[in-house]
Design a protein around this ligand. Structure first.
Ligand SMILES: *Cc1c(COP(=O)(O)O)cnc(C)c1O
Length: 386
């Protein structure tokens, strides 16, 4: 009898790292510097070194990382911010909170990453309309894989746009042999518990090679403070990373590479078992994924429903990221001018995410794959090579 398959197993991870975790937490309890304590600085240094970025600034969440990065550029009213329609809500929420307008871009049907040709078309149409000024592009590294950064940099440069990497799901991934964190002007990461490097609550960070930007981020996360706490230079926010979260993350960072390797092993088991029957994730060329999400594509919604039901019957959780593209969300639809984003709309109807986490065993992954195949409409149980 196998252990039940979970979508995420934070308890198993906790058992694996417990001594280090407790030592880190005890240290914070001993010094009581709960806000911007030494663990925050240590984590910032370790993350910057890990990603090869010059600066890292710990903040209160991935969403706040995006917001602080955009506040630092003065992005707001009258500005168009281009971002993929197939992503988590936070990517679109931030420009709107700042008074800017999100312009939704379609994604690639195979890698699910932003479609650069569609981005170019949408920039051209915003320019032609002459109402909004194109200011920024948010490239999202979706599901653990990198966005097409080389092409995005070319577009940003050509049009003089601020380029922001929403790397909330994909810290730890690499492109052309280097870790994500320096592909854009700034990179936002999230430590939400379910992300590949997750804390025990909310947290995030910004990475940048620009000393000026890093200084602005530090000021903005503490109410726009200047050189003393009681000098306010700009309108900021309370957006700091907690010391306790940094302590948890330092313990997790020690095993992060092993965990990424474990996720990769699970992905390969799924690829091998499922590739001949369902559409498994296409890899972004010359990259390594952080495997935040392993999403398969089924023929249609009925096939997805059948497989989800079959998984459920076997006690296996699955999830739909994302059931609605952002331009169809009630909150964002009024900001979208009605043009179709056919790939994002189609993916929402037939995508399905399978469990993937470092504590999933090879046997469990094989069991999940088997249940997926049993849920196929033709119900043929394949003979898997032993
Ligand atoms: C999780 C996520 C965020 C937000 O991160 P939080 O830490 O939850 O605020 C932003 N963008 C994407 C693509 C995400 O997946």
């Amino acid at each position: 009898m196998q252990d039940p398959v979970t979508f995420l197993d934070l308890k198993a991870q906790q058992r694996r790292i417990e001594p280090a975790l407790r030592a880190r937490l005890e240290a914070v309890l001993a010094h009581c510097q709960f806000v911007l304590g030494p663990e925050v600085t240590e984590l910032e240094q370790r993350l910057a070194a890990y990603a090869g970025a010059a600066h890292c600034v710990g903040v209160s969440s991935g969403t706040d990382a995006l917001q602080i990065a955009m506040m630092a550029e003065g992005i707001g009213r009258g500005h168009a911010v281009f971002l993929p329609a197939f992503t988590y809500t936070a990517t679109a929420e931030v420009p709107l909170v700042l008074g800017a307008t999100p312009v939704f871009v379609d994604v690639d049907p195979r890698t699910f990453q932003i479609d650069v040709a569609d981005l170019r078309r949408r920039i051209a149409s915003v320019r032609a309309e002459g109402v909004l000024r194109p200011r920024a592009v948010i490239g999202v590294d979706l599901f653990g894989q990198p966005a097409p950064w080389q092409e995005l940099r070319a577009v940003a440069e050509e049009h003089g746009l601020f380029l922001l990497d929403d790397c909330a799901q994909s810290f730890g991934a690499s492109l052309a042999g280097r870790k994500l964190g320096r592909e854009a002007d700034a990179t936002a990461i999230s430590f939400f518990p379910s992300k590949p490097l997750g804390g025990y609550g909310d947290g995030g960070a910004l990475l940048t090679d620009s000393a000026e930007r890093a200084a602005l981020y530090r000021s903005l996360r503490t109410h726009g403070e200047g050189t003393t706490r009681y000098e306010v230079l700009r309108t900021g926010m309370n957006g700091r990373l907690d010391t306790l979260q940094a302590a948890v993350l330092l313990a997790k960072l020690d095993v992060f590479e092993e965990e990424l390797a474990a996720r990769e092993r699970i992905a390969r088991i799924y690829d091998a078992a499922l590739g001949h029957r369902v559409t498994t994730p296409a890899r972004v060329p010359d990259s390594a994924s952080a495997w935040a999400v392993y999403a398969i594509l089924l023929a249609d919604t009925a096939a997805r429903d059948a497989i989800q039901a079959s998984l459920r019957a076997d006690g296996i959780p699955s999830a739909i990221y994302y059931p609605r593209p952002l331009h169809h969300q009630p909150a964002y639809a009024p900001h979208h001018r009605g043009s179709a984003l056919p790939v994002s709309e189609d993916l929402a109807t037939r995508i399905l995410a399978l469990p993937i986490h470092p504590d999933l065993t090879a046997d469990q992954a094989a069991h999940v794959a088997d249940a997926v195949l049993c849920g196929q409409p033709d119900r043929v149980r394949p003979v898997l090579p032993v």
